[in-house]
Design a protein around this ligand. Structure first.
Ligand code: OGA
Ligand code: MN
Length: 203
């Protein structure tokens, strides 16, 4: 698919409704390869329970139950390189069209075992003002409504009310929103749920 055909709906979505979705950000083959790479690394014992906050590291299963592994660009496997390259293309695209002055990305794998979730939160820590855009790409094949694990996004509705949109974690789909603006949540997943989550950062 042409680059702009994938990237443009992301920016357009952020500007018009607060978040953007691009299906086919990764092809089916790229999803399979990256999911396999995730599983290989997890089998190798590289994943850790996710912590909350970036200062005092506490593990709180009542808040989030995913296991994560940060991607290391210098030692990226081919499937990881494909993803990081595409994210870097997106950064260039955003900088050309929106002048956000994005510098780089920090990206981690996330695996939610069955029954786990991530309660409502904002992505930007008080101590890290560099995170500008959150980007989440899903690596799940044949995800069904009954599998749960939707991304719930809280949006301002009419007259100060709140609206909730839900997004299915369908393989190859990328969701993007401003890290310091949108509160969101991962609803309990009934099946193992795989993703790569990243933040596009300014200088
Ligand atoms: C996160 C997060 C959402 C998702 O990792 O901070 O909110 O849909 N992920 O995986
Ligand atoms: Mn989040």
């Amino acid at each position: 698919m042409e680059e702009n055909a994938i990237f443009e709906p992301l920016i357009d979505g952020i500007l018009t409704k607060g978040y953007g979705i691009a299906d086919g950000f990764l092809s089916a083959g790229e999803v399979t390869a990256l999911a396999q790479q995730l599983r290989d690394r997890r089998a190798g014992g590289q994943f850790k329970a996710a912590a909350i906050g970036n200062q005092q590291v506490t593990i709180e299963k009542q808040i989030r139950g995913d296991e994560i592994l940060w991607l290391d660009e210098a030692n990226a496997a081919p499937a990881e390189k494909v993803y990081l390259d595409r994210i870097n293309e997106f950064i260039q695209y955003v900088n050309r069209t929106c002048y956000l002055g994005l510098q780089d990305a920090e990206v981690h794998y996330a695996l939610y075992p069955p029954g786990t979730f991530y309660k409502r939160h904002l992505d930007r820590f008080k101590t890290d003002s560099r995170r500008k855009l959150s980007v989440i790409c899903y690596l799940n094949t044949d995800w069904q409504e009954a599998d749960g694990g939707q991304l719930a996004i809280y949006l301002p509705g009419e007259d100060g009310t709140e609206r909730v949109d839900t997004v299915m974690p369908v393989g190859g789909r990328l969701v993007c929103f401003e890290s310091d603006r949108l509160e969101h949540e991962v609803l309990p997943a009934n099946r193992e749920r795989l993703s790569v989550t990243g933040w596009l950062r300014t200088r």
